[in-house]
Design a protein around this ligand. Sequence first.
Ligand SMILES: Cc1ncc(COP(=O)(O)O)c(C=O)c1O
Length: 423
Amino acid sequence: MNPQLVKTAVGEWPEENLRSPLAPQPHSAVHASATEASFRATCAGQAERAHPLRVTFWRGRVALYAILKCLGVGAGDAVLVPGYTCFAVPQAVLFTGAIPIYADIAAGAFNISPATIQAALHEHRVANLKAILVQHTYGIPTNAPPIVAWARARGIAVIEDCAHVSGSRYLDEAGEWREMGSAGDAAFYSSQWTKPISTGLGGWATASDPELETALLRFREEQCCPPPLGERFSLAAQRAAYKIVSRARSGWHVKRAYNWLYSRGLLLGTSTGAELRGEMPARFAMRMSAMQSRLLCKKLAGAADHSHARALRISYDRALESIRFQPLAEPAYADSVLLRYPVRVPEKQRILAEARRRKIEIGDWYSRPVDRPESLRDKTFGYREGMCPEAERAAAEVVNLPMHGGVTPRIVNQVAGLLKGFS
Ligand SMILES: Cc1ncc(COP(=O)(O)O)c(C=O)c1O
């Protein structure tokens, strides 16, 4: 093989095309957070007690809740969250007794910015802001350093929502590439079904301050219960079923099978019945099970190769350009490894309906600024229409394209063929 070509599931690409225009350093040269390094050590069976890096939980939202509790967030406090997010995020804030304040995403982007944070704080006259939640939506980094610098000067914590992140990096002030999750005071991750590293359900927290990390560990030991046998068994059974179904070439079959099982009450939902009624479940704070933990270590060990995602991104860029759709613009400070490829489209609902008809896997995240189940209302989360106009626009316009390992050039062509009818 020509040494300058890299073979991936979506074809052969010149190696330089797999890097960002700013030519980031190879993965091994990235400054991983201290916690990242120590978790790898833990996974290798070393230093588990000496430095137990990531603090694992039953789900990502529990990790967020644990971080907020350990930062002392509670009744009377405010936490700034993006207006373009999953309801589990503001719900975890509400479970602490604090209130979520929504910052809009920047125009044409998917993440908040210093300007939108300032606008939200000004509009809501927030006096008691304890933390800012910075989400890296679809795997696209938010420019966190200026937000962190502003927050640190005011004693406000920054928590990074890395639920969509695996491999994305940002340029720090010194011009070095760093992993997401290392800029703020703490970060949390999700390993739910749809996330880059999946254990079915799961989540973990990291902290840059060793004291906060210790507090998180203590919180897990003292305030979290182990998952009951029934839930562990159910998750293990679902994982086994998911594995079988996902061998099918297209993610479409997985989705259909998942929906079929879910509609018959055979799946352990990502959200509990109480959460879907807007209530905090009695056993919300749960630890990660041993099965999830083992799987997470195994998956993390194999998660460093992002060549498929990088090649697929280029493939979508070219396909979209050729049908006159806007490819995703990469901010200069970012090197994104995408979980889903977002595209703004003219007729979102018709495109989604056509994708269902043709059995093409096109997603609709997020369908609302606070993406929530039908059983809940915006006001449950303190969101009012008009609060975040850019997020509302994105919810109305954005579809997302699959980025998983099963996406082949044929699927890219099918997606482009479908979108072309609406260009
Ligand atoms: C951006 C974001 N943050 C947090 C979460 C919550 O993660 P989990 O489902 O593991 O609690 C999700 C959802 O799944 C998410 O999309």
